[in-house]
Write a protein that binds this ligand. Structure first.
Ligand code: AP5
Length: 188
């Protein structure tokens, strides 16, 4: 199964993708994680991406697409995958369709996790204290939410038009959300 997870920063995409990886044996592909890894390793791409990430802006499409294409070529992807954090704008949605058509692995389901803004701010502020992620400061969280509303939220319409979209309530415990997500994936 090939799944796209959509949702605001802090909606639980990473948490739920990692549970799906364990339960369904799918590869978890997080463009945010791929980028943070490139920043940690100080690769050329990481050096270019860092300023965008620290500001809560999208990293240029061409850089992210290259990373994604390389990741999709890895051996664990054969059983299917969960895309977490991609696509994030209309151009990325187009590029994804083209790339997956070329490798013969089209998307089966897109799931949008919905969480209210107060909960998002609470979760990310807690993570800032616990993990110290550099883009979890108050002003950058606000910018990530703005970028999401302006550029990423419209991507849901792309998957709605193709009939792949399901909405899942992302409020409540991790286990509750996980069960709803599995139900939505079962719902043919
Ligand atoms: P990315 O890493 O994708 O960050 P994000 O979308 O802002 O997502 P988060 O990791 O903040 O949230 P999440 O929805 O995954 O929630 P999580 O499970 O972690 O991107 C970071 C940056 O990289 C972007 O700003 C951009 O610069 C760049 N980038 C990435 N992809 C890109 C792309 N395609 N194009 C261009 N640029 C790109 O949960 C959040 C917290 O809440 C955690 O602490 C978790 O433990 C907790 N939590 C989760 N679920 C629950 C629950 N049910 N109850 C209570 N707490 C919960």
């Amino acid at each position: 199964m090939r799944i796209v997870l959509l949702g605001t920063p802090g909606s639980g995409k990473g948490t739920q993708a990692s549970l799906l990886r364990e339960r369904l044996g799918l590869a978890h592909i997080s463009t945010g994680e791929l980028l943070r890894d490139a920043v940690r390793r100080q690769t050329e791409l990481g050096l270019q991406a860092k300023a965008y990430m620290d500001a809560g802006e999208l990293v240029p499409d061409a850089l992210v697409l290259g990373l994604l294409e390389a990741r999709l070529g890895e051996s664990d992807v054969g059983n299917g995958f969960i895309l977490d954090g991609y696509p994030r704008n209309a151009a990325q949605a187009e590029a994804l369709d083209q790339l997956l058509a070329r490798i013969g692995q089209p998307i089966d389901r897109a799931v949008a996790l919905t969480v209210n803004e107060g909960e998002v701010v609470e979760r990310l502020t807690r993570r800032a204290v616990e993990e110290g992620r550099s883009d979890d400061s108050e002003d950058v969280i606000r910018n990530r939410m703005r970028v999401y509303a302006e550029q990423t939220a419209p991507v849901a319409a792309h998957f709605e038009a193709t009939g792949h979209l399901r909405e899942v309530d992302g409020m409540g415990s991790v286990d509750e959300v996980s069960q709803r997500l599995l139900d939505a994936l079962d719902d043919g």
